[in-house]
Ligand binder design. Structure first.
Ligand SMILES: [Zn+2]
Length: 161
């Protein structure tokens, strides 16, 4: 089989050598700001031609934060997340930032969006609570988004005939 390779545009981060951004979807003349996944500096980015981008570090930076969440169950399960305070939130007062974060975690975002950031689970004072989540079942397949907006549905593995 012969396949055609795809060329993907990637802009290197101007503040470090490791990071960068995929840029195929930016149209010529469009500008935006992105933070680097590696060094966490933010840059203003503008596509100026088919192959050229104007990339300027803007002096803002994401900074590490530790977020503590608590389940609404009884007894409560406490979670600690390593997360990032966005560059555009750096000027917020602590009170405003906490209020925005409370809205984000309590109402806005699905818990599956931040579970990968969990670094500690605490249950009744135990910081290594083996068994706090008990095994229930295992089945073949993958959960996929339901078209009826009611959670996930099981998709059976495809079998070759
Ligand atoms: Zn970088």
């Amino acid at each position: 089989m012969i396949v055609q390779a795809k060329v993907q545009l990637r802009i290197p981060c101007p503040s470090c050598v490791e990071g960068g951004w995929r840029a195929d979807h930016l149209t010529i003349g469009f500008s935006t700001t992105w933070s680097c996944q590696e060094c966490h500096n933010e840059a203003n980015i503008k596509r100026v031609s088919e192959s050229d981008f104007e990339v300027t570090p803007n002096g803002r930076k994401e900074t590490p934060v530790v977020v503590t969440l608590q389940s609404i169950t009884e007894p409560k399960i406490t979670l600690k997340l390593n997360a990032w305070k966005y560059a555009h939130s750096q000027g917020d007062s602590q009170e405003d930032y906490e209020s925005h974060q409370r809205y984000f975690y309590d109402e806005h975002t699905c818990p599956t969006n931040w579970t990968r950031e969990i670094v500690e689970i605490i249950f009744e004072g135990d910081h290594d609570p083996h068994g706090v989540f008990e095994f229930v079942s295992v089945v073949n397949g993958r959960l996929v988004d339901s078209p009826y907006y009611d959670g996930m549905i099981l998709e059976e593995p495809k079998t070759d005939k």
